[in-house]
Design a protein around this ligand. Structure first.
Ligand SMILES: Cc1ncc(COP(=O)(O)O)c(C=O)c1O
Length: 391
């Protein structure tokens, strides 16, 4: 256990990171808080967006926190989604992409004109491709060939060199991450940013997302945070910040899709790593405890398993009831946030992450043929079937 002086020193560092020049956070000072349900037009925190920002990288972060009205009515709790799909590259991974590149620059691992190489299911690659264009680096991406065509096309349109490779386990030398590492080693002035085990990824959320959530809930007036993990950077970084800032008060839970081992790991306090089935969600689910997750995995209070049937139904529900068009990992997070709110009780406030938009997956998520091939067409309630507009 860290001493209270160590904790407050670390916290001071965190706050400086959150409020330093260039950050548009409202800082440790909470903005005047107007509960979302009472706001008419301009939310208090939106004031942070009124100043111009410096290029693409300046536009990363400071995303709105959206109250999910119908679920609040249903549960009697306050359920919010952090709108990470509003980052300039379209996902939560813009933050990690920016931090791993900044980290490589600060450590002297890359010089002007160099190449950034990464193994990524897509969104980190998209964030990296944007950041590389903005900073003048080349970008090379290795990804499992199971990922959506939209993401592969977008990466290429953003100027990245893309290698979709067979999806094999991490301990296989042909796994996309190992191939990315070898590619970087074969080039001069190139870095493998290693998003899974490079803790600059987690730091992005300690220094930005965590403080933003704190400020947007009027200085930490939240009871729970929950989200799924791919690299673990988002969950671990936000958990780190919220636990320290609230002195352990805020509950932090993992949300897990089928095919991931982490739910069983947390439920058995590290004894088991059961992997059952697979999932339609992309970018989440994990077969190991990454370095990004390592420090926080034992701090997590609980975990929730979410079947694909519930995630896909929530994609359609959020579109129909809230006008929010998000991907399956975000929908899984919202299902999990509702479960957490029901467990914590009426009047509690729970925050989750809306990782990216449905645009990246629409050819699948809204196709009858695809839904049927996954046995998920019947998971969409009758009244929402009208949104299945693609054959
Ligand atoms: C759509 C989507 N959701 C969630 C995540 C998980 O975020 P993290 O890697 O920080 O655990 C990712 C990661 O790539 C993603 O692409």
């Amino acid at each position: 256990m860290a001493s209270s002086r160590t904790l407050s020193r670390q916290l001071g560092g965190l706050l400086r990171g959150a409020t330093g020049s260039g950050s548009r956070s409202t800082g440790g000072r909470a903005a005047r808080f107007v509960p979302a349900r009472q706001q008419s037009t301009l939310p208090a925190v939106a004031a942070a967006h009124l100043n111009p920002v410096n290029g693409f990288v300046g536009a990363v972060g400071n995303t709105p926190l959206i109250r999910i009205n119908t679920l609040c009515q249903e549960t009697g709790a306050e359920i919010y989604g952090k709108a990470e799909f509003m980052n300039p590259g379209g996902s939560v991974k813009d933050r990690a992409a920016l931090f791993v590149v900044k980290d490589a620059e600060e450590r002297g691992l890359i010089r002007p004109g160099g190449t950034v190489v990464e193994g990524t299911a897509g969104n980190t690659g998209i964030g990296l491709a944007h950041v590389c264009r903005a900073k003048g680096y080349k970008c090379v991406i290795y990804m499992p060939n199971t990922q959506s065509q939209e993401k592969i096309d977008l990466l290429r349109m953003l100027g990245a060199e893309v290698y979709p490779v067979p999806a094999v386990a991490f301990d296989n030398p042909q796994n996309y991450n190992h191939q990315a590492k070898r590619h970087a080693e074969s080039l001069d002035n190139a870095v493998w940013t290693n998003q899974f085990d490079n803790t600059a990824n987690r730091r992005a959320h300690i220094e930005t997302t965590g403080p933003e959530i704190w400020d947007q809930t009027n200085g930490g007036q939240l009871d729970g945070f929950i989200c799924a993990t791919g690299t673990g950077g988002t969950l671990a970084g936000i958990t780190h910040y919220l636990k320290e800032r609230s002195q352990g008060r805020v509950q932090c839970w993992l949300a897990d899709p089928p095919g991931s081992v982490l739910h069983s790991y947390i439920q058995t306090k590290g004894k088991l790593m059961d992997r059952q089935g697979g999932s339609i969600t992309e970018g989440i689910g994990q077969g190991r405890v990454t370095d990004n997750l390592k420090q926080e995995v034992s701090v997590l209070d609980d975990s929730v398993h979410v079947p694909d049937e519930e995630s896909i139904a929530m994609v359609y529900r959020l579109l129909d009831e809230e006008g929010i068009y998000i991907g399956a990992s975000s929908a899984l997070n919202v299902v999990a946030a509702k479960k957490m709110a029901e467990r914590l009780g009426k009047g509690k406030t729970v925050v989750t992450i809306l990782c990216d938009g449905a645009y990246r997956y629409q050819a699948r998520l809204f196709s009858r043929k695809w839904l049927e091939s996954k046995g998920l067409a019947d998971a969409i309630p009758e009244r929402l079937q009208k949104y299945i507009v693609l054959p």
